[in-house]
Design a protein around this ligand. Structure first.
Ligand SMILES: O=C(O)C1CCN(c2ccc(-c3cc(CO)ccc3Cl)cn2)CC1
Length: 317
């Protein structure tokens, strides 16, 4: 049996924060942010954590599909901002919706997280599972250094996901997942300092998200473009890349010689939501009718970011 995406949904916190609002909090401007990133607004939690956003997505998926939580075989959540080390966000979701038959775990692959998790979910269906949930969810606002204008203006909170079901037709056509831990320091976040009385080590690494933007930018134009080139086919209808930066997407489109209009974007009103960015874009595009489940449209999903990790999946809807 094969895997098929049969439902999509999303949830973002009801607190949009505009570039202008940020310009009253730190030394930045709407002009700088929108011209350099394509971002005009992002949604920031006021009293929710990552599990709350993902539980909303899970409930919407069940509601939209008519499926029962008890029929779920697995729940995968891709996140770099879990509520806890344990329990996983996936287990918090499993408990909240009472998916008593589902095993559940989180996947940590930063902005490639959803693509990594979708690939894993597809293998679970191909090896016999009947129904699974794959969600990307983040509350990056809790790990940002809100005094660092170079990163605080780039990121947003949100969650979105899909239902994967067993199918007789083949939808997942190709994939290539990659990593390079030797460039891990280009993007770090969430370091937990050891405060034990026995610990003599010292580390200046902070809990805050830190990024050498230049290195990540260059990596995206080289490794990521090459990865897509290996996966893409002539008749691809749309490409849904991790929504990190509008200029990056424009540059990748030029390097690949693929028309810009095939690259869907939503960073304008979501910011960079890491593992949530691709499923947010997927659900928004299904809702707007640009994409239709069951239409056989051929799309590429590409994540890239912390780890370093990157990866693409070629599939038909
Ligand atoms: O000065 C400028 O133009 C600045 C230059 C630096 N910028 C960057 C740099 C890197 C990223 C980024 C982040 C992730 C993590 O999700 C993944 C992939 C990318 Cl490419 C986003 N923005 C913003 C505009």
């Amino acid at each position: 049996q094969y895997a098929k995406i049969t439902c999509t949904s999303r949830y973002v916190p009801e607190n949009p924060v505009s570039n202008h609002q940020l310009s009253t909090m730190m030394d930045t401007s709407d002009e700088w942010i929108s011209s350099r990133t394509g971002i005009k607004s992002r949604n920031i939690v006021t009293d929710e954590n990552t599990s709350d956003l993902c539980i909303e997505v899970a409930n919407k998926l069940l509601e939209k599909s008519g499926k029962s939580a008890a029929d779920l075989d697995f729940i995968l959540v891709a996140t770099m901002t879990p509520d806890y080390g344990t329990p996983s966000v996936a287990c918090q979701v499993q408990g909240s919706i009472s998916a008593t038959q589902a095993f559940a775990f989180d996947i940590s692959a930063a902005c490639s997280g959803f693509v990594y998790a979708l690939s894993m979910g597809e293998k679970l269906i191909r090896t016999g599972k009947k129904l699974g949930m794959v969600i990307g969810g983040e509350t990056l606002s809790k790990v940002l250094d809100w005094n660092d204008r170079s990163t605080a203006v780039l990121f947003g909170d949100g969650a979105a996901g899909v239902l994967l079901e067993a199918s007789t037709e083949e939808h997942f056509l190709n994939e290539k997942l990659q990593a390079d831990g030797q460039r891990a320091n280009s993007l770090t976040s969430g370091y937990l300092k050891n405060k034990s009385p026995f610990y003599t080590g010292s580390s200046e690494t902070s809990v805050h998200l830190q990024m050498t933007g230049r290195d990540i930018y260059d990596f995206s134009l080289s490794d990521v473009t090459n990865n897509i080139r290996e996966i893409i086919e002539e008749d691809v209808d749309f490409l849904l890349l991790h929504q990190a930066n509008k200029r990056i997407i424009e540059k990748i489109s030029k390097k690949l010689k693929v028309p810009r209009e095939k690259f869907l974007t939503n960073m304008e009103y979501n910011g960079n939501t890491s593992a949530a960015s691709i499923p947010l874009l997927l659900d928004e595009s299904v809702e707007s009718g640009v994409l239709q489940l069951g239409s056989k449209q051929k799309i590429v999903l590409t994540g890239y970011g912390g780890g370093l990790t990157w990866g693409s999946i070629l599939l038909t809807l």
